[in-house]
Design a protein around this ligand. Sequence first.
Ligand code: DMJ
Length: 677
Amino acid sequence: MWWLLLIMCLQLILDCMQQALNMHCAYDFTAGWAGDMHPPSRKDFVSLTLTGQGSGNYNNSKQWRRQSCWRKWKRLSRLQRNLILFTVALMLLCGIATYPSVTEHFRGLTVVAKEEGDHALKPVVHEVQPELDKLNRPLVPESPSEKQKRAAHKRGPPGLQNRLQKKGNVSDTQVEKVEGEKPLVNWHVAMIDQATERGTAKEAANKVDVPEVEQEGHSHKEPEVDRLEAVRDAFRHAWKGYKEFAWGKDELRPMSKSYGEWFGLGLTLIDALDTMWILNLKKEFEEAKTWVSTELSFNKNVDVNLFESTIRILGGLLSTYHLTGDTLFLDKAKDLGRRLMPAFNTPSKIPYSDVNIGKGTAHPPRWTSDSTVAEVTSIQLEFRELSRLTQDTRYQAAVDEVMQKVHKLEGKQDGLVPMFINTNSGQFTHLGMFTLGARADSYYEYLLKQWIQGGKKETALLEDYLQALEGVKKNLLKKSSPNRLTFVGELSHGRFSPKMDHLVCFLPGTLALGAHHGLPADHMELAKQLMETCYQMYAQMETGLSPEIVHFNMHEGSIGDVDVKLADRHNLLRPETVESLFYLYRFTKDRKYRDWGWEILQNFNKYTKVSTGGYTSINNVRDPEYPSPRDKMESFFLGETLKYLYLLFSDDPELLSLDKYVFNTEAHPLPIWPTAQ
Ligand code: DMJ
């Protein structure tokens, strides 16, 4: 619109001038001064008559030009002069009024064009702008630490950084500007509270070892960030949401400020009991304990999953009993254990996946008579401990029988087990598929941990564990390209797939635990390599949080090590990597493991913390602009993730010594049995 007006004004001026000067002379701008003067053949260009030119008496002095123009101006009629003045004034006004929006417009076009070239199908990603006043001036100039924050989005080896940037996945905080108002900040930024604003992971990690700095003539060391307190803060924040919107329910839905029920047994509260005890959150622990003593009842007509209720509830109650000595928790554990036993009433003695704890009936899922191998082989630590505490051998007998049967089963490959087992036949099903991820993971973990729990006497467990590890090395262990990260893939009917679940990241910790308990030293070497890989699964993502599943590149010349499929980009606040970091730090004392854990905590705070309380799992770890909250805080975030982070940062090796306790697969510490047992 403004441009149209400007063009019209210009046209008007030219017309006026043309009329006014009206062909008294001809100056051909293109030909320059010709010795011979011709009248213009056309009248559609501005021409000037220069007196004396023809005589060769050329005078182009400034003064002469000024006088000549002034004479021409005076020859114009008043109307013509007014018209020219008016249009010049109008042009000036238009120019002033349009300047900011025009420049803005062009700036915008440049940004969009660049982004379209990079990732046309993605939503427009704005560059980080400092907060602007109404005239688009930065209110506060960007500080060096802000620049650092932006740089911190570059993660991983250089090759990978480039690739990520090329893909356009690296972006920063989006600030939506509304005219006349303060800029609106995206949802996830709004969640960030003061704890988060301490900086990005990289920044924070740097803070720990800051060099001495000069301040007002004094040299001083910046105070270390209190990482233990940061974990306690995170717990308190999660608990605040749970208490306010989901008290006594299974899971908090922090975005909708509501809750979800799975078993209707206060799952999060029970899973978090021993974490509160360990973190010394006394007030919170007492509130929860009151709920357990007054509200928790297992006398309910409800179907529960045997594995999940065992590792989270039975395990949580048993460990809380051990830590506190309060028999309230043991009594509750006994009650639940008893109610879960009908699950073992199957033709094969391989338990069903589901039990109705009120009716005392059990059944497989509606669509199959299979259970998963991990489910039936990762309830042993808890049931065995229940037997030891109650002197009722039936619990241990039931789960030991499962292990003995699985030990002898056909269908393994080099100690690796398939993912499903049939509750009628007692045989593996879906043969030929091997993973250390979902449906099989904790089978391997519990082989080692049962052996440790029982005082390292049950050699069949150890043999199965050692053989399985050889199977992993032979069949599943590969290196990625270009950075040669060691990873554990999967096998399907002889075909290798470079797919690795985040769940597999329990393995570095388990390997390290085994090495600590006297297994071959190369287990520790492998643990370190896999630990690096699991860390990279976080560090190479734009949010610094791992996806649920990654695919490693193995072809020479790959640009980056990791690919993440669209459907696998979620993060459920899972614990496996921080769990392994805890073990690796305990056994090596290498501070990098702590720093990695600190980065992860910072990124949970940055991308999953909900300002009104709680943390949420997210859909897209590759989009820091909109990680897309799933509105669910899994109970294991409190039961495991925050607990392992706390233990990772604690300097006290006696706080749950790994020579006295063995953690179940839900991070509930159970005592290693005295050797007399
Ligand atoms: C937890 O319930 C347990 O750690 C289990 O072994 C695997 N899945 C979740 C955490 O990711």
